[in-house]
Design a protein around this ligand. Structure first.
Ligand SMILES: N[C@@H](CCC(=O)N[C@@H](CS)C(=O)NCC(=O)O)C(=O)O
Length: 202
């Protein structure tokens, strides 16, 4: 398999982390949005949405969207709950991550740290992403006060998806100390077997 991926992207870290844990063989091709590579014709021909991550299977078929890639790779493994309700919880948190978490926590970090995004970092945008990102962290903290992981009692793709940008949230100006249950969960995620850091590319 080939993973088209960007080294400092949390969305791309999600499949890398799961593939490491599963011990899957794959080749990483770096396609950086910083350099405009995601918008070049040869990559857009592969993913018309012009975004990484993109997984290319051995038979040439392709799959985009980080959380869809997680679900595809996790099928039949310990990372997708067998119980129907717990699987529903995994989906719940994957959708939460894409709608209520990533657009604020990931985007605020990009606005503050990617030079090409500096012009978009208006006071209004920074205020909205701070408020909504903190709301997402609060929702996670409340849930984690009574749960070790997001989808039932065990580590799953939901934890991978939410870990990807939560563990770097301070680079986006979020104070994780205010969310002690989230901080404790980050440590549990890092203690799960086969953990690799964001810079790991296989
Ligand atoms: N919903 C998508 C979002 C992917 C995404 O935002 N990818 C960024 C890198 S983190 C990207 O490729 N951006 C391309 C660009 O800005 O040109 C997913 O979860 O895979």
């Amino acid at each position: 398999m080939i993973l088209y991926s960007m080294i400092d992207s949390g969305n791309c870290y999600k499949p890398r982390l799961l593939m490491a844990k599963l011990g899957l063989a794959f080749t990483t091709v770096e396609v950086s949005s910083h350099a405009g590579d995601t918008r070049k014709a040869d990559f857009v021909a592969k993913n018309p949405n012009a975004m990484v991550p993109l997984l290319e299977l051995d038979d040439g078929r392709r799959l985009a969207e980080s959380n869809a890639i997680l679900l595809y790779l996790a099928e039949g493994t310990r990372f997708l709950p067998a119980d129907r309700y717990e699987r529903g919880l995994a989906y719940q948190w994957l959708f939460f991550e894409q709608y209520s978490h990533e657009p604020y926590i990931a985007v605020r970090k990009a606005l503050l740290t990617f030079p090409e995004r500096a012009a978009d970092a208006t006071p209004e945008r920074l205020a909205v992403t701070l408020e909504r990102g903190n709301k997402a962290l609060g929702v996670m903290n409340t849930y984690l006060e009574n749960n070790d992981f997001f989808a039932g009692g065990a580590f799953s793709v939901a934890d991978i998806a939410l870990y990807a940008y939560t563990h770097t949230a301070e680079q986006g100006g979020f104070q994780l100390d205010a969310y002690p249950a989230v901080v404790a969960w980050l440590a549990r995620v890092e203690a799960d077997q086969g953990h690799v850091p964001i810079g790991w590319v296989g």
